[in-house]
Ligand binder design. Structure first.
Ligand SMILES: *Cc1c(COP(=O)(O)O)cnc(C)c1O
Ligand SMILES: [Zn+2]
Length: 398
């Protein structure tokens, strides 16, 4: 059987995939699973088929079983016809990742991380998160009967704790530099035998490939011109791009779409460095945005996202909080309620159309990474109104 490897995205240093190594021991850049060069979609009429069964060939290094799934993936690709017409596009589609077991795309990578950890013999898993990774890892740990160690920022909003604690993890609120926590936990994991599924570890990136695979199928293999991804650590955008590249490599599609990294102007380290034509990520000072799920000021995959965009021909964009709220309203007016971070791609698209950086009659896919109910504080930004009436008056309404 073929042996698979992890490669460093920075210096190509090689390690066996049967080790838990997420950063390069030589240059500290993120490690990545080698590109899969052979494979087919396993078409099936079986309604119980899971994403890992369908795309099994693209995860040949894992033991995959149906009973391990919580039903992640196979999310809708919704046609946004009226917004598409308004923006003079040929087509606009939203990949609605709120339809996952814990209401964000994170479940795809969490499952793969756990399967990898299990294969390597780990009994404990962990993550560092302020948002959606925490409930996802806690939920899958519960499903797999593993202990989970969740580390969150000291300043985390109280309303976010209970949706993590419901799964009964060990939860730690940590005082201190949140950026360092990512690296400290990777070290802790080595000492305490905890498999950390942090934001851009190789298997978490692998999970996001399935977003690209599904989009290809849902568009009948007619590739869009652009795919816009709201980006924080950079794990998801890397996985989506790798997914398209693997499908092209094996001949399932003939073109990789241009990938656009969309950020909030209040925390846009990748957009800033890309616009200044630099090659190394720099810490974004004093981040502040309503899009909390994408508020990482020093993205651990930042340098690799810059390299990936260069290879892909894609680019970056950033948008203000009020533009994000406007996009959230637009989506709600189409029946879709997503959290602020997940509305960043539509806000970016509107701006890029205005600036003609995306040409008219293009076909665009935006990634709606997570559900709206995850962040109810956003309602403070709205002035909703309703009418209070007596039962007798219901015939007099207009
Ligand atoms: C995690 C997350 C992102 C960012 O993904 P990265 O892999 O960290 O770039 C975007 N949107 C939502 C809703 C998320 O939970
Ligand atoms: Zn390296």
């Amino acid at each position: 059987m073929k042996e698979y490897n992890l490669y460093c995205t920075g210096c190509s240093h090689k390690e066996s995939i049967n080790k838990n190594i997420s950063r390069c021991p030589k240059c500290d850049e993120p490690m990545e699973v080698e590109l899969i060069k052979e494979g087919k979609i396993k078409y099936s009429k079986d309604k119980g088929q899971t994403i890992l069964e369908r795309y099994l060939d693209f995860f040949p290094y894992l033991d995959i079983s149906r009973k391990d799934s919580l039903g992640e993936g196979f999310t809708p690709l919704t046609n946004l016809k009226s917004i598409s017409n308004n923006l003079n596009l040929k087509g606009l589609y939203l990949k609605n990742e709120s339809q996952n077991p814990t209401w964000s795309f994170k479940d795809r990578g969490t499952l793969l991380g756990i399967l990898h950890g299990k294969k390597l013999g780990y009994k404990k898993i962990g993550t560092v998160s302020t948002g959606n990774m925490a409930p996802s890892v806690a939920a899958y740990a519960a499903k797999f009967k593993l202990e989970s160690y969740i580390f969150v920022k000291d300043t985390i909003a109280e309303e976010k704790l209970n949706p993590i604690l419901i799964y009964n993890p060990k939860l730690f609120k940590v005082k201190g530099d949140y950026g360092s926590l990512y690296y400290n936990t990777l070290e802790l994991g080595e000492k305490k035998d905890i498999y950390f599924i942090n934001s851009d570890v190789p298997l978490r990136v692998e999970g996001s490939k399935t977003i690209a695979f599904e989009i290809c199928e849902q568009l009948n293999f007619e590739m869009p011109d652009y795919v816009i991804v709201p980006t924080s650590a950079g794990g998801n955008i890397r996985g989506i791009e790798k997914g398209f590249r693997e499908f092209k490599e094996v001949g399932i599609i003939n073109k990789v779409p241009k990938i656009i990294c969309a950020q909030s102007a209040g925390c846009s380290p990748i957009d800033k460095v890309f616009s200044e034509n630099k090659e190394k990520i720099e810490r974004f000072e004093n981040p502040s945005t309503i899009a909390h799920a994408i508020e990482n000021p020093l993205p651990p995959s930042g340098n690799q996202v810059l390299r990936m965009l260069k290879r892909n021909g894609g680019f970056t964009a950033s948008v203000e909080d009020d533009e994000i709220i406007d996009a959230q309203k637009d989506l709600a007016q189409n029946g879709l309620f997503l959290q602020p971070a997940s509305c960043v791609p539509l806000a970016a698209l509107k701006k890029l159309r205005q600036e003609e950086k995306i040409e008219k009659y293009s076909t665009v896919v935006i990634i709606g990474t997570g559900g709206g109910l995850k962040y109810t504080k956003v309602f403070e930004k709205y002035n909703f109104n309703y009418s209070q009436i007596d039962l007798d008056d219901i015939e007099n309404i207009d």
